[in-house]
Design a protein. Structure first.
Length: 96
C-alpha cells in the first residue's frame, strides 16, 4: 500500500510511528477476527460485526486508530488487508 501525501503529513503531525502500525498488523495477522469483532472473518464474512465491542475499543480514539489501521496494511497479507478495510469502513460508520 502506498501512502498519499496527505496520509504522510497526518502521520508526521500526529507523531505516529510504524511500530504502532506493525503491532496492529501483527495482531490482525494472528487473529483475523480482530479480537472477536468479526467472528466469521476467516470465511471472509463481515456481515455481522460486534458493533458494541468495536465502539468500546476504537471510537474513543478513532481519528488516530483510522490512521494506524491504514498503515497496518503495510504489514498484513491480503486477508489482513480485507479485515483492516472492513474495520475502517465500520469505524467510519459508527464512530461519528
Amino acid at each position: 500500500m502506498a501512502l498519499s501525501a496527505q496520509e504522510l503529513e497526518m502521520l508526521k503531525s500526529n507523531s505516529l510511528n510504524l511500530h504502532n502500525a506493525k503491532a496492529i498488523g501483527d495482531m490482525i495477522n494472528n487473529d483475523l477476527t480482530a479480537g472477536g469483532i468479526f467472528d466469521n472473518a476467516e470465511e471472509e464474512d463481515f456481515s455481522n460485526p460486534d458493533i458494541e465491542a468495536f465502539k468500546n475499543k476504537y471510537c474513543g480514539w478513532w481519528p488516530i486508530a483510522r490512521i494506524l489501521l491504514n498503515l497496518a496494511k503495510i504489514f498484513t497479507k491480503k486477508k489482513g488487508d480485507r479485515v483492516l478495510n472492513e474495520m475502517i469502513k465500520l469505524g467510519d460508520e459508527v464512530c461519528k
